[in-house]
Design a protein around this ligand. Structure first.
Ligand code: NAD
Ligand code: MG
Length: 411
């Protein structure tokens, strides 16, 4: 969060997209495509969607492309040769770090889903790149360590999650370098931030029917088109729990200064309430190209290719309190944050296991929260008070997954 660049002319953004075949990755390329003079793609990564990756290489000509396995790399190399493309191909977790820390890259879109995105994102932070953070799980897992890496290297961190991007836009002096230091915004008159949530596809579903909902129903979000993991998180509202923790670290606010509010229309993307009675909100279409373009062009603004918000066609904006009986994951996230240390890491790990099991048909929707709760009860017995190093974070992630897997076997 560097103030010098506010008055600087547009700097060429040389970009690595981590997770280029996903919903955020594809939307990032949709924005990049419109501005060849401002943005250049240097590296792309994806887990297994080789065919889409080849198309992306043919269009954007990156230096390096990374996939998840040797088999995928072999297949990709063949397809690239067929198209006479000279992109270098690497695979595996350490190659993700290579892509994110390339000398030629100054901007990293962190859009891998889940814990797999942590290492390349934190190494990009260590090497002072501009980080466009969509991969909230990385920050939830490693909170203080991640923020210290940003502060130490002087990297710019721009939130892409729509709520945090909205809050970033509504905060005072968001561009001053220590604005995100713990408590700094409170001193600047911020009373609280209001994270809005749509409530997902099951906001009004009869509670008795929730146990029977299918993965496809859970992934059919009423307002946003997203990857399957975050879609399930939105349906359980664990997404808002992860976002609460994300806001805690990004903006240095106490948990009591972060409120969650259901706003089913997803027009207000989040708000900041000030001590003088003002509330500043950011509004827009539910289209991730807006926060992506904001992060890419910051501190300037560019046309994101998003339809204008038409106030005359809005049928009204409504708000509701969160029903924690319906959405127990929110309470679990508040508890993990209050417990501190590595409990947010354990929460994220257990949730990733539970969501995958639900998507694989091994777990009922209503058992996601139950599995996370049981896993956290057991994790509490482990030594999770301190998160002093990245190694401890990675170890806690592994152990918490093992705990959740063992509990899953009893379902
Ligand atoms: P997605 O499932 O559509 O895409 C995920 C990407 O990560 C894909 O490119 C995939 O190849 C890659 N990937 C998956 N597992 C991997 C692994 N083990 N190693 C390397 N790469 C791997 O997900 P998405 O909806 O684009 O979300 C990406 C991230 O952005 C998530 O953390 C999500 O919470 C966050 N986010 C998404 C949205 C949205 O609108 N989609 C909004 C806010 C935040
Ligand atoms: Mg969000």
């Amino acid at each position: 969060m560097n103030s010098d660049s506010q008055t600087a002319p547009h700097v060429m953004r040389n970009i690595c997209v981590l997770g280029s075949t996903g919903s955020i990755g594809v939307n990032t390329l949709n924005v990049v495509r419109q501005y060849p003079d401002l943005f250049s793609i240097k590296a792309l990564t994806a887990h297994s969607q080789v065919n889409l990756l080849v198309e992306q290489c043919a269009e954007f000509h990156p230096e390096l492309v990374v996939v998840g396995s040797a088999a995928a790399a072999q297949e990709l190399e063949k397809l690239l040769i067929n198209k006479q493309l000279k992109t270098q191909v690497l695979y595996g977790p350490s190659a993700l770090v290579t892509a994110a820390t390339l000398e030629s890259v100054n901007t990293v879109m962190a859009a891998i889903v889940g814990a797999a995105g942590l290492l390349p994102t934190i190494e990009a932070a260590n090497t002072g790149k501009r980080i466009l953070l969509a991969n909230k799980e990385a920050l939830v897992m490693s909170g203080d360590i991640f923020m210290k890496a940003i502060a130490k290297s002087g990297a710019e961190l721009l939130p892409i999650d729509s709520e945090h991007n909205a809050i970033y836009q509504c905060l005072p002096d968001a561009n001053t370098s220590n604005a995100g230091a713990r408590g700094a915004y409170t001193q600047l008159g911020v009373k609280e931030v209001l994270l809005t949530a749509s409530g997902g596809p099951f906001r009004t579903t009869a509670l008795s029917e929730l146990a029977l909902v299918t993965p496809d129903q859970a992934c059919a979000h009423p307002n946003w088109v997203m990857g399957r993991k975050i879609s399930v998180d939105s349906a359980t509202m664990m997404n808002k729990g992860l976002e609460l923790i994300e806001a805690y670290y990004l903006f240095g606010l106490a948990a009591k200064h972060i409120q969650v509010l259901i706003h089913p229309q997803s027009v207000i993307h989040s708000m900041v309430r000030y001590v003088d009675g003002s509330v500043i909100a950011q509004l827009g279409q539910p289209d991730m190209k807006t926060p992506i373009a904001y992060g890419l062009a910051w501190p300037h603004r560019i046309d994101a290719g998003v339809k204008e918000l038409d106030f005359m066609s809005l049928k009204g904006l409504s708000f509701e309190e969160v029903d924690e009986g319906r959405f127990p994951c929110i309470g679990l996230a508040y508890d993990a944050l209050a417990a501190g240390g590595l409990m947010p890491t354990a929460l994220n790990a257990a949730n990733e296991v539970a969501v995958q099991a639900f998507l694989d048909g091994q777990l009922k929707f209503t058992d996601i929260a139950f599995l996370v709760e049981k896993s956290l009860d057991r994790a509490q017995l482990a030594n999770l008070e301190k998160a002093d190093s990245l190694e401890m974070v990675l170890q806690a992630d592994i152990e918490s997954r093992q705990i959740a897997q063992r509990i899953l076997k009893d379902f």
